[in-house]
Design a protein around this ligand. Structure first.
Ligand SMILES: [Zn+2]
Ligand SMILES: [Zn+2]
Length: 253
């Protein structure tokens, strides 16, 4: 299984793209930067999009991606998300005011975009990759995902503050290759992290006490102004299992 990090950050700047991971070339996990990171030819190859939640840093490229692949891709692009996320995307993004409703274009019988509702803890498979959504602790309903193929598993946290279910799943998954975890703000921004339900190096250290096995923990969703301080504070934790997700890198599991 290959995870290509198209966008690895929780904010945008010249060097930082919004959260977006391409799984085995055809499925995107979140869509913060699909249209910025991929050529149009590669965008046409993306057939399914799994959304963790409705926030813009995870959905911002959807309108431009759909426009790029419209009429070029065979059939509809399938979007998989919770009921709450689908509601928000339909109401605020594809609402015929901010962008056309591509679930009715070119017509409602053969649309360019289709939504599929996910239930927590109910796995589904896309192109041979299994995704199991589970609830994490964020300001809007948000799913993390256990992603599995060929006997290897990776946990993707999405955006979360301190949580429990993610660690229960990590601890009970025998073939877990990595945990990929939110670390959005530096410690001085603790109050902001607490109200927006994200982790800092300080709360990350407490979260890791809930993990009872030794696996690499790759940190993502850093906010661009916090990057240098987060790196410093994570280094000070002196935990050899901690790494940062590298934007542009293809991780093979
Ligand atoms: Zn986010
Ligand atoms: Zn969020």
């Amino acid at each position: 299984m290959e995870l290509e990090i198209l966008g690895g950050y929780g904010g945008e700047s010249r060097d930082c793209r919004l959260t977006c991971v391409l799984v085995d070339g055809t499925t995107a996990l979140d869509a913060g930067s699909l249209s910025q990171a991929l050529s149009v030819e590669r965008q046409v190859g993306v057939r399914s999009i799994v959304l963790t939640h409705s926030h813009m840093d995870h959905t911002a490229s959807l309108p431009f991606f759909i426009e790029n692949v419209y009429g070029r891709a065979e059939g509809a692009v399938d979007i998989y998300a919770s009921q709450a996320t689908i509601y928000a995307i339909r109401k605020y993004l594809f609402n015929n005011a901010t962008w056309p409703d591509f679930t009715r274009l070119p017509n409602h019988l053969l649309p360019a975009l289709r939504f599929h509702e996910l239930e927590p803890e109910v796995p589904f498979t896309l192109d041979g990759v299994s995704f199991t959504p589970f609830e994490v602790n964020h300001t809007v309903p948000t799913f993390g995902f256990l992603i599995e193929r060929g006997g290897r598993a990776v946990l993707w946290s999405s955006d979360t503050g301190p949580t429990l279910r993610l660690w229960e799943i990590a601890n009970r998954t025998p073939n877990l290759a990595a945990v990929m975890l939110d670390t959005s703000f530096d410690d001085a921004m603790q109050q902001v992290a607490d109200v927006s339900l994200h982790l800092t190096p300080r709360t990350l250290a407490r979260e890791l006490d809930k993990l009872d096995k030794k696996v690499p923990v790759l940190l993502h969703h850093l906010k661009p102004p916090s990057i240098a301080k987060i790196h410093e504070e994570v280094r000070a934790l002196a935990n050899p299992d901690l790494e940062f997700v590298e934007q542009g890198k293809v991780y093979s599991f």
